[in-house]
Design a protein. Structure first.
Length: 154
């Protein structure tokens, strides 16, 4: 039987959640950076002229950037506060990394697929641009670093 798209229909990319240590930070309208790249090392073997041996090197994981409309919950700042400012100082200036997950959900709220993140911490946040002359949605942006991810069926 051929593989079917998750949930029968292809999932819509606007239906996903970001969670940290099991706490829902929120639903975001855009996530970029779900990617991994491996460096390679080449070795030229004497007498072998057909190809160059290639070996895997270090894997690098891009930061994830989340964008969403402004919401009235403090879950995001409660988490960010643990890794900066007084929360960071209160932990003897030690970074507390967390586990996180980006989860795709269908229109019924059923979890379809997750990327489980290791060693997550916030590196940047930007709030909305405010202008009395603008009618654009208020968007906030969160950037997080991590030590890698694995996928799972939720």
């Amino acid at each position: 039987m051929p593989e079917q798209p998750l949930g029968g229909d292809a999932p819509v990319s606007s239906n996903f959640l970001f969670e940290v240590d099991g706490v829902e930070i929120g639903a975001f309208k855009e996530v970029t950076g779900l990617q991994v790249a491996a460096t390679t090392h080449e070795y030229v073997e004497g007498g072998q002229n057909q190809y160059v041996h290639r070996f895997p090197g270090v894997m690098t994981w891009s930061n994830l950037v989340f964008r969403r409309g402004l919401v009235n919950t403090d879950a995001l700042f409660a988490w960010v506060g643990k890794t900066s400012g007084d929360g960071f100082a209160g932990n003897q200036n030690k970074l507390t990394r967390a586990t996180g997950a980006v989860t795709i959900v269908d229109h019924h709220g059923t979890r379809l697929r997750s990327w489980e993140l290791e060693g997550v911490f916030a590196v940047a946040w930007s709030g909305p641009s405010l202008s009395a002359e603008s009618s654009e949605a208020l968007i906030e942006t969160l950037e997080v670093a991590h030590n890698g991810f694995k996928t799972s069926d939720s």
